[in-house]
Design a protein. Structure first.
Length: 132
């Protein structure tokens, strides 16, 4: 579940990260309800701008430790839950007041074909963009 979200161009120190780049940082509660260790696939947590998917970048998470713990590809034990920050890099043209996130919710089989079902979440991130 989404706890909070921010649209920004600065890290936890207030330093602009990269010229003309912006970041959607989303703090999420993640629970592993399976009987096996799980690793989050970037493709299962995507946002859409129009029809274009944007995937989280795991290398920018440490710049947002003020929001929460970055997910770095570690395994999540069965029955465990935690909160992680997922970060999406955006351009100026991709800045909006709201975004739609799609999270893989279920995998099922239909006549031998793998079927994916996504949960759709609408986001209205807090805007903390610093003017340069």
């Amino acid at each position: 579940s989404v706890k909070e979200s921010y649209l920004t161009n600065v890290d936890y120190r207030g330093t602009i990260i990269a010229q003309d780049k912006y970041y959607l940082a989303i703090k999420m509660g993640i629970e592993n309800r399976s009987y096996y260790e799980a690793v989050i696939d970037r493709g299962d947590f995507r946002i859409y701008i129009g029809d274009d998917p944007i995937y989280p970048t795991f290398d920018k998470g440490p710049r947002f430790v003020d929001i929460g713990k970055p997910y770095r590809g570690e395994k999540i034990a069965p029955g465990k839950s935690d909160e992680y920050v997922f970060v999406y890099e955006l351009t100026n043209k991709q800045l909006k007041t709201n975004y739609q996130m799609r999270i893989l919710n279920e995998l099922s089989e239909d006549n031998g074909n793998l079927k994916k079902t996504y949960k759709k979440i609408n986001l209205r991130p807090n805007n903390v963009i610093k003017k340069s």
